[in-house]
Design a protein around this ligand. Sequence first.
Ligand code: SF4
Ligand code: SF4
Ligand code: SF4
Ligand code: FES
Length: 941
Amino acid sequence: MSLIQEIDYGTPAATGEMVALTIDGMAVRVPAGTSIMRAAMEAGIAVPKLCATDSLKSFGSCRLCLVEVAGRAGLPASCTTPVAAGMVVATQTERLAKLRRGVMELYISDHPLDCLTCAANGDCELQDMAGAVGLREVRYGYAGANHLKAEKDSSNPYFTFDPAKCIVCSRCVRACEEVQGTFALTIAGRGFGSQVAPGTADFLASECVSCGACVQACPTATLIENTVIETGQPEHSVVTTCAYCGVGCSFKAEMRGTAVVRMVPYKEGGANAGHSCVKGRFAWGYAAHPDRVLRPMLRARITDPWREVGWEEAIAHVAQEFRRIQHEHGRAAVGGITSSRCTNEETYLVQRLVRATFGTNNVDTCARVCHSPTGYGLKAAFGTSAGTQDFESVDHADVVLVIGANPTDGHPVFASRLKARLRAGARLIVIDPRRIDLVRMPHVQADVHLALRPGTNVAVLTAMAHVIVTEGLVHQDFVRERCDEDSFREWAAFVAEPRHAPEAVQTDTGVAAAAIRAAARLYATGGNAAIYYGLGITEHSQGTTAVLALANLAMASGNLGRPGVGINPLRGQNNVQGSCDMGSFPHELPGYRHVSDAATRAIYEREWGVALDADPGLRIPNMFDAALDGSFKGLYIQGEDIVQSDPNTHHVTTGLAAMECVVVQDLFLNETSNWAHVFLPGSSFLEKDGTFTNAERRINRVRRVMPPKAGYADWEITQLIARAMGQEWHYTHPSQIMDEIARTTPAFAGVSYTLLDREGSVQWPCNEAAPTGTPVMHESAFARGRGLFLLTEYVPTDERTGPRYPLLLTTGRILSQYNVGAQTRRTANVVWHEEDRLEIHPHDAEQRGIRDGDWVRLASRAGETSLRAQITQRVAPGVVYTTFHHPMTQTNVITTDLSDWATNCPEYKVTAVQVSRSNGPTEWQERYRAHTEAGRQVAAE
Ligand code: SF4
Ligand code: SF4
Ligand code: SF4
Ligand code: FES
């Protein structure tokens, strides 16, 4: 590993003043504040080092980087000593060489000499430095006290800690603090007895969240990935993008042949700058899991066993069935569902297949059930259906408002950046029914936490607006110059009504008026204020209204159009933004242009050579309604497990059961495939080229690191279906699909794989006006011209508590699992979360005689399930909470079919429930388990 590339120490002073000095006889000019080590690097001089690394602040403990400075006594550490004008530095003298050899000798004398068999051989900085300082012999031997027999800690499923190899450089401790912000590690003991300690026990039992930053920072084999121990050092690498969440972290997939050895977060990654979470770095083993289905399968009835067939037969069957259904039941009797897990190019092709080949707009996406209110609300207020900032923007925020999001679990790499900003002094407002980690954790504490009753976001946000307007906190200049004045006047009068005062809503919302006032004042007057929100805003019957309320707050306080401010939806899945951009909604062509717009239709009619329907098609829940009516019979589902992820499971499964041809394209037989007639094996993100668009609108390249295990990438399968249905599609590479997207979609006009390969990533809009993309939107004007204030009348949800269902259930994700868990449940991440649990307040538990770990029955008007209880004060009395990662819980059996008034986004976050003790899984769950087992049988050949 090159030493030079690794060195990057000392933060240049903000003044930009340049300092001239001499290093090893060379004249060097660097910004004031630069360390001598960094300045030497700029001059091409490598100074030996061990405790310094480019992602961490200089520490100065190893004493290997000592240098001589003319006229100065002693030998300063070059990593911690800043340059000074006229300084004359020597880095390579005989005296220094001797000292460095002495330091290295001490390290090596307490280090196993098993380099040839060590897993880090060839990738070990200690080994490199021993060579760099010319150490040839160790005089002390192992005679004295040493650590060579220290016990390994193999408790973490992904990495091993071997303290015998530790040089106590504390890079791991600093990485955990500075990069990850978890503070799980310390250096315990003193002097010779110093050692790295993960809490009081082992890594698994500690506060460690397995982000791997310490493993990456370790210069020796002390902390090392188990996959490297098992398979050896990688031989080559490919830069690609994580396929889990909407942060969109870039990774170097380090490979041996076509096998992944490890995923290393990419330092040049625009979204993650070299950091990652446990999922992206470690939980990729599902791609090679034996459960992967690698051959297409067919069956006539959903009660039949599956029959493996060749690709040709499967594709011909799909084409034939869809044409038969259309012939018998009409063109609109079929449709498709795109996936936010798939690439932009794949999603674009599915909507093209449905619109141009099926000839209907019956296409929808899983974003329907998560961020569709974001698209609708932000488009109405600002003119663009997307977040306004890049992640880097949070570094400039003075106040951060987190509402309905749990970044440390849901968007962990962004959370690390946010925590660093909070540790640096930014203020924090959390609005969430649950006491999420950010409310109080090491070195982070919210200034205000509004633990509102689920379902009352709009009342709280409108009350905050009331405070801003009635206390004279409106940013008048911003509103006058940037916003629609009539709408502002009407809105200001509306929110100023006494019924919107914090005092008037405190009973309904459960939040003290003083706390709402404090939050509003802090948000409006604390400097740059940024809003980050998640599904706790959108998945409500007033999801769109809440998004509008956030937009109103940001406009009224002038917090838009520059770094440090803005409205930032934290997107759940890796490509939610992209799947929406690509025209996955039944009413919108790519780029959010309505299907009724003749000019837009004409663009695609020319491109695709077919006439397009001007009427919006069916949304996902309406597809099931139509199936139950007998008018919808065929569905192509790419990479989406709607049975598990959509509300009202009974409605979904009866709808699917009423169809004649359900095609599921996925990696694994999932819950939806229990109701499918055709299974087409999909490809993982490692097996294809394409792009994902993250929550910042950042288009990242996905690069194929191995061939598709089942033969085809997902975009190729869609193309095969289109061709079998008579279409002339001739894409040979996803770059051609992106070229078509760029040709037809103004916000993507400048995007190409050539540009992405050159820039690394770009944020749309990317066009002639912004050739390398747009990190911050609406800088001088809103996309729609003037920002529009819209009224946000609070309408309580119809889902009310009462004597039968006295508690409110709300749901969310946990760090180690991902959504329906199809991938993460097939990795060692299950050690952290092997089942969904119901969080319940001690008071509610006691009333019901429930003890921690007891099985409980969770019942709502919609249905019931059983799971185990976890008693905790994270939830307030009257509120219970669970995750939805495990199919046996089927949390969506409980959720109702209430949905957002504008977008049909389901009201997952509010369900009135009752909780009582039970003896284990319900009869329904046992039946479901049996049905799943039967649904997975494959007939012997
Ligand atoms: S894996 Fe991450 S959280 Fe765990 S100790 Fe290392 S840096 Fe800290
Ligand atoms: S575990 Fe690695 S990074 Fe941590 S102190 Fe030891 S050698 Fe340094
Ligand atoms: S934060 Fe999200 S994108 Fe990044 S590594 Fe974790 S799951 Fe992947
Ligand atoms: S690298 Fe400077 S003291 Fe360790």
